[in-house]
Design a protein around this ligand. Structure first.
Ligand code: UDP
Ligand code: MG
Length: 319
């Protein structure tokens, strides 16, 4: 079991139309590095021909290819985590399978890592996504930075490089819902960001619906910070103080002016507003309780059906 310099981790979910194009660009780019490397594909329970295509590629380049086959669809981040457990490179790079991240950028990432950084994040130079996605992610970025103190200019781009130490620390984490770039950022001591190209999806469609994107962002915020809960206590405190003042004012008015019945609708409006805040708080609390539930349940995060590899790294197939 010889260590290699660079490991590339690629999650694959129903990407049959784009995989060949990926192989055609990825391997030459890596061969051009002039260093030892390995590519780890994780088939995240694709229901198309992706698994067969990956197996064929494994048989073509068994020296540098390893394929982890999941038993079902566990999501992009779980796929990457499984990939991490199978890496042995000093530098680990993640990449999307849809060719939105040009493989030709890998040498620059490696170079930046060699300059002494232990984490290289990326900013998409010209982002090829819909205007809505661009706008929504900018708004979310701002909010996330405020809440979690994790400064990622571009959280969506998965073309990133991680140092072995960071990967080992991530491998030791057992979180169920996580966001890998943010996790890595937490552990890195000398992170940096560089600009990279971004292309249109080579084939197929984005696997993320708007709902999933919202979920992902919720996970990102509640998974890395309890600031929302603290904000909530603060709001509760302010509201209690205000109601206390209101109570005193009404009491005084009762004695000075006698009984008053005006302002019923104002009262309704205030009530609805407060109930709204209350429900939001219950929901927010639920997010954290749900997280705790998932963690204590302690189920395996994913199941691996098989690993195609010429030179086994480990025997455990579950995490
Ligand atoms: N992916 C995955 N499991 C999923 C969804 C996506 O492994 O459940 C992979 C997908 O094959 C791709 C990467 O994650 O390699 C990013 O997915 P996608 O391009 O659909 O996301 P977007 O670029 O729209 O954010
Ligand atoms: Mg994509």
């Amino acid at each position: 079991m010889s260590p290699v310099e660079v490991s590339v981790v690629i999650p694959v979910y129903n990407e049959e139309d784009g995989l060949q194009a990926l192989f055609d660009r990825l391997y030459p780019a890596l061969d051009g590095l002039g260093e030892s490397y390995e590519v780890i594909f994780i088939n995240d329970g694709s229901v198309d021909r992706s698994a067969q295509l990956l197996a064929a590629q494994f048989h073509k380049r068994p020296d540098v290819t390893r394929v982890v086959l999941f038993n079902g669809n566990f999501g992009q981040h779980m796929a990457i985590l499984a990939g991490f457990e199978h890496t042995r490179g000093k530098i680990v790079i993640t990449l999307d399978a849809d060719l939105q991240n040009p493989p030709e950028e890998i040498p620059r990432l490696v170079e930046t890592m060699r300059a002494g950084h232990d984490y290289v994040g990326t900013i998409r130079r010209q982002r090829n996504d819909t205007a809505f996605r661009r706008y929504a992610s900018r708004a979310m970025n701002g909010l996330r930075e405020r809440i979690t103190k994790i400064r990622m200019t571009d959280q969506g781009c998965m073309l990133r490089a991680y140092d072995r130490n960071v990967i080992d620390t991530i491998n030791a984490c057992r979180e169920v819902n996580t966001f890998i770039p943010a996790l890595a950022y937490t552990f890195a001591s000398n992170p940096v960001e560089i600009e990279v190209g971004h292309e249109q999806r080579h084939a197929g469609e984005s696997k993320y619906s708007v709902y999933q994107l919202i979920r992902l962002n919720f996970d990102l915020v509640t998974g890395f910070s309890i600031v929302p809960l603290q904000w909530f206590s603060a709001i509760g405190t302010v509201l209690s103080l205000l109601s206390g003042v209101l109570f005193v004012v009404l009491l005084v008015r009762r004695f000075v002016l006698g009984s008053e019945v005006q302002g019923v609708f104002t009262l309704f409006a205030m009530n609805f507003f407060l109930i709204g805040i209350l429900l939001f708080g219950v929901g927010l609390l639920g997010e954290y309780v749900g997280r705790i539930y998932q963690e204590v349940r302690d189920r395996p995060r994913y199941r691996i059906k098989a690993v195609l590899e010429a030179d086994p790294v480990r025997t455990g197939v579950e995490s």
